[in-house]
Design a binder for this molecule. Structure first.
Ligand SMILES: [Zn+2]
Length: 202
């Protein structure tokens, strides 16, 4: 039995640098009938747990620590006993949202997570945020890019803790080494492919 991908869109806010924006976020769940991991925890724990169902939640993996990706991570942890995984370079962003809480496990570049017999490889892709990661799943022919790569190009780098040159470098040196046909599941908006975004960035 191979892993499958479930998806839900949640709506709410993203706040940074004294501004608040209305946003829709993609939440991705990778797993099988018995266990799964959640990728990002925005806005609405009930909506996310409806996808998890009665499966064992192995981990809450955060692509980065902007508040629209981590806000309900502690609630999910509390309700389902799953650890929160985050790259430690995003500590300053995490503390803006959850100053009195910590995540549980540091993500690191090249690390492999396993769920439902499927390997997920962590790619550290700083730029949108210092601790931004993408999650490559070759068995499923896809990569989860958070806010690092969207349909149409790189994620935003106009706010604090972002770096435009760094995000382009991350995309070129890490994501563009994936096969052309790799499906890109993003943090906001529609899917794309590595081939399409290679053309967009060129
Ligand atoms: Zn973000």
């Amino acid at each position: 039995m191979t892993a499958r991908i479930d998806h839900v869109l949640t709506s709410g806010t993203f706040s940074l640098d004294g501004e608040t924006h209305q946003v829709d976020n993609n939440v991705w769940v990778v797993g099988d009938e018995t266990e799964c991991v959640v990728i990002d925890a925005p806005h609405d724990a009930d909506a996310i747990l409806a996808l998890v169902g009665d499966r064992r939640l192995k981990a809450i993996v955060c692509t980065h620590a902007h508040d629209d990706h981590v806000r309900v991570a502690p609630e999910l942890r509390e309700r389902r006993g799953a650890p929160i995984l985050l790259h430690p370079a995003d500590k300053p962003l995490w503390e803006l949202t959850h100053p009195d809480l910590l995540w549980d496990v540091d993500l690191s570049d090249g690390q492999t997570l396993t769920v439902a017999g499927t390997e997920i490889t962590v790619l550290h892709t700083p730029g949108h945020a210092p601790g931004a990661v993408c999650l490559s799943v070759p068995d499923l022919g896809c990569v989860f890019t958070g806010d690092t790569l969207f349909q149409g190009g790189p994620g935003a780098t106009g706010r604090s803790f972002s770096d435009a040159d760094q995000i382009k470098n991350s995309i070129r040196t890490r994501l563009f080494r994936l096969p052309d046909e790799t499906v890109v599941h993003t943090g906001h908006g529609p899917d794309t492919t590595i081939a399409a975004e290679r053309d967009n960035l060129a």
